[in-house]
Design a protein around this ligand. Structure first.
Ligand code: CMC
Length: 436
């Protein structure tokens, strides 16, 4: 009869071990008992880049990468993107259930009334160089919130955690908008509590001298949908950082700033900025075959393509493509759209991409929308960080409550030298620059 166990024979010792299989996994610690003698530490698992390691149990986001399925708390992303607002989805992600009308009103109020930045935070941001990239500005300011809210260090108290989560979700658009306006040399715009989350963000980005900012409803809804699509994505690189830093009981502002640092990388959230640069570099549909040939010859990657988990269409990319068309109905169509669509068509028919199951990911079309809305590419990853903060915080909250979790601390296979004899400085050979 089939059993939920794994039998392993250690051929070094001829001993056989039976390990339980639970939820399709075996426990790495069960291998520690496999020792090759008294002095041996025990068998470890080697998994660079966590290609096949589950680091936690989570009930927030479900992905089936082979079938292109993404769900938050069991609800398909397509349904949430069509029927909900971003703050409604944020509530779902954080608390596990969709809010009632009354709960949502309260939640929106709680967030809206925390959007203002302390004046010292504003002054801190004013200190950045006039042309600073908005993403490192945002990352640094997120960390700086830790100085404004020292009470955040008490991560064991659930009420205190909730307060800090509300603060950070509320202040992300304010910090993001300020980093944008600083880069352009415009004065900071204070939040307007009459507006919803995305409209208010647009107000802080784009209000000039008019007494009241009125957001274009199509653009505000498109931004809201993009925020929903980016809100969480289970154990991606930045979320893993959030959990890792959070596991040391650092406060949530510092942990989220660390996660945002990871997001800024071009292989992660920074890819949307790189997609636009790539489309600029390609320049015309005629140049696409040559560009693809270059990629296949090993010169760089097709930005916005491929995913560690999705080996099928990224469901977010499909929704973004549709949203892009709605946005282009009210803005000028982005001239790069034609290049992007042709690039996608050619790549999806090319054996190199087909064999490796490389499909457009969330970043492929999002930059085209952002650019049509008037954002510079430097802002794209900032626009990713605002909604992903909800995911980071939900995952952090789950981590803090998980009794199985401890400080994250992987093992290593040591490959360096041992027991070397010390050489006094005067006797060491001088031979140029140190090698990296
Ligand atoms: N263009 C060309 N070849 C690629 C690409 C690409 N975009 N992505 C993967 N490959 C190739 C890769 O060279 C490898 O080929 P081979 O087997 O011959 O060595 C094969 O496909 C498997 O790729 P991998 O590097 O083992 O895959 P990974 O899971 O480690 O990396 C990834 C995933 C997203 C980092 C990678 O696909 C990539 O660098 N894509 C471009 C950057 C990008 O769009 N990032 C955004 C990801 S989605 C949103 C987010 O996470 O923020």
């Amino acid at each position: 009869m089939a059993q939920n166990t794994l039998t392993v024979t250690d051929n070094r010792t001829d001993r056989t071990f039976t390990l339980p299989i639970e939820d399709g996994t075996v426990r790495a610690m069960d291998f520690r008992q496999m020792r090759n003698g008294e002095e041996d530490f025990g068998l470890m698992l080697y998994d660079p880049a966590f290609m096949n390691t589950a680091s936690c149990r989570s009930s927030i986001t479900y992905i089936d990468g082979d079938r292109g399925i993404l769900e938050y708390r069991g609800y398909p992303i397509e349904v949430l993107a069509e029927k909900c607002t971003f703050l409604e989805v944020a509530y779902l992600i954080l608390f596990g259930e969709l809010p009632s009308a009354q709960q949502l009103d309260r939640w929106v109020y709680e967030i809206t009334h925390r959007t203002m930045l302390n004046e010292t935070t504003k002054k801190f941001m004013e200190g950045f160089r006039y042309d600073s990239h908005p993403m490192p500005m945002l990352v640094s300011t997120m960390a700086a919130l830790s100085t404004v809210y020292p009470d955040a260090r008490d991560v064991r108290d659930p009420q205190n955690r909730l307060l800090q989560m509300k603060r950070l979700i509320a202040k992300m658009p304010s910090m993001a908008a300020m980093s944008y306006r600083h880069n352009l040399g415009f004065p900071y715009v204070y939040p307007d509590n009459d507006l919803n989350y995305t409209e208010n963000f647009m107000n802080m980005l784009w209000k000039m001298v008019e007494p009241k900012y009125a957001a274009n409803p199509v653009l505000a809804r498109a931004l809201d949908i993009l925020f929903i699509l980016h809100a969480d994505h289970e154990q991606n690189c930045s979320t893993n950082v959030m959990r890792s830093v959070g596991s040391a009981q650092a406060d949530p502002y510092l942990a989220a700033a660390s996660a945002a640092s990871a997001l800024s990388g071009p292989l992660h959230g920074g890819a949307n900025e790189q997609v636009i640069r790539m489309l600029d570099e390609i320049g015309s549909t005629a140049a696409i075959p040559d560009y693809i040939r270059k990629i296949k010859d090993g010169h760089g990657k097709l930005m916005g393509f491929g995913h560690r988990v999705y080996k099928n269409h990224d469901p977010r990319a499909k929704i973004i493509k549709r949203t892009a068309m709605e946005v282009f109905g009210v803005t000028r169509q982005n001239p790069k759209l034609e290049i992007a669509m042709e690039l996608e068509r050619i790549a999806l028919e090319d054996e190199y991409f087909v064999k490796r199951k490389l499909y457009p990911n969330v970043d492929f079309y999002s930059g085209l929308i952002y650019q049509a809305m008037g954002f510079k590419p430097e802002m794209f990853t900032v626009l990713f960080a605002i909604p992903r903060t909800v995911g980071w915080l939900a995952q952090w909250q789950e981590l803090v409550q998980d009794t199985e979790q401890k400080i994250a601390r992987p093992r290593q296979i040591y490959t360096g030298q041992r027991k070397r004899s010390f050489v006094p400085i005067a006797e060491r050979a001088v031979d140029g620059e140190p090698k990296l």
